[in-house]
Design a protein around this ligand. Structure first.
Ligand SMILES: C[S@@+](CC[C@H](N)C(=O)[O-])C[C@H]1O[C@@H](n2cnc3c(N)ncnc32)[C@H](O)[C@@H]1O
Length: 208
């Protein structure tokens, strides 16, 4: 796993997680009312969502991250943060038009977390999950090796913006195929993609 960059000091920092923010932002539905970021860390993605949604909620169970997110987001009147375990708090049924989670679901029980995100999404709303998985096959290991030059390329391109918010990290338990199969079971029709930089994305639109 690559080493984290220096502590992030601006909202323009880059790392392997922020690299995927565009994948998330592209899926925000037009006229989005309520957006939710699960495992929001320092709230950078929530701040980026603020111009695309009427209201954004970020949830994280780390008190340090929530304190930092609130401080950094003080100027964003439509963004709020909850210090909570996303699996223990009662998310409102069909209460969000957009739900996302970046590099956080592998900290949680995958089935319970994806089910909770699905249930809090309104019909017609969109869900985007970016996270990590573990190698289960030789093909997975080869794939992982092919990420190394891509990692160096992006790290060099973004060398002046490298930053790390200091959020808690965890190693993924589930393999790529376990994630893909469980996502297909819980979110029929979801698009699963494996990306370089050791991340997958799941993008799903909830049927009306
Ligand atoms: C690797 S960090 C990613 C943070 C942020 N999404 C980003 O991309 O920078 C994972 C975050 O998920 C949070 N987290 C882990 N399990 C959680 C849970 N059950 N409920 C809420 N937050 C959780 C951690 O506190 C941590 O801030």
């Amino acid at each position: 796993m690559p080493r984290p960059g220096p502590r992030a000091t601006t909202d323009n920092y880059w790392n392997h997680n922020t690299h995927f923010h565009d994948v998330v932002l592209r899926s925000v539905p037009r006229g989005c009312g309520e957006a939710l970021d699960v495992g929001c860390g320092d709230g950078l993605l929530a701040r980026r969502l603020a111009s695309r949604a009427a209201h954004v909620t970020g949830i994280d169970r780390s008190p340090e991250m929530i304190e930092r997110a609130r401080t950094l987001s003080a100027k964003h009147g439509n963004v709020e943060f909850m210090e909570a375990d996303a699996l223990a708090c009662d998310l409102p049924a069909e209460g969000h038009d957009f739900v996302c989670s970046v590099t956080a679901i592998h900290h949680m029980d995958f089935t319970a977390a994806l089910t909770a995100m699905r249930e809090t999404l309104r019909p017609g709303g969109s869900l985007v999950v970016i996270s990590l998985a573990n190698s289960g096959t030789l093909g997975d290991r080869v794939y992982s090796l092919t990420c190394i030059p891509v990692h160096h390329y992006h790290r060099f391109r973004n060398r002046r913006r490298a930053g790390d918010p200091g959020a808690p990290i965890a190693w993924p338990d589930m393999t790529w195929s376990e994630v893909r199969e469980e996502a297909a079971r819980l979110l029929p029709g979801a698009r699963f993609r494996r990306h370089r930089l050791w991340r997958y994305s799941i993008v799903w639109r909830k049927p009306r």
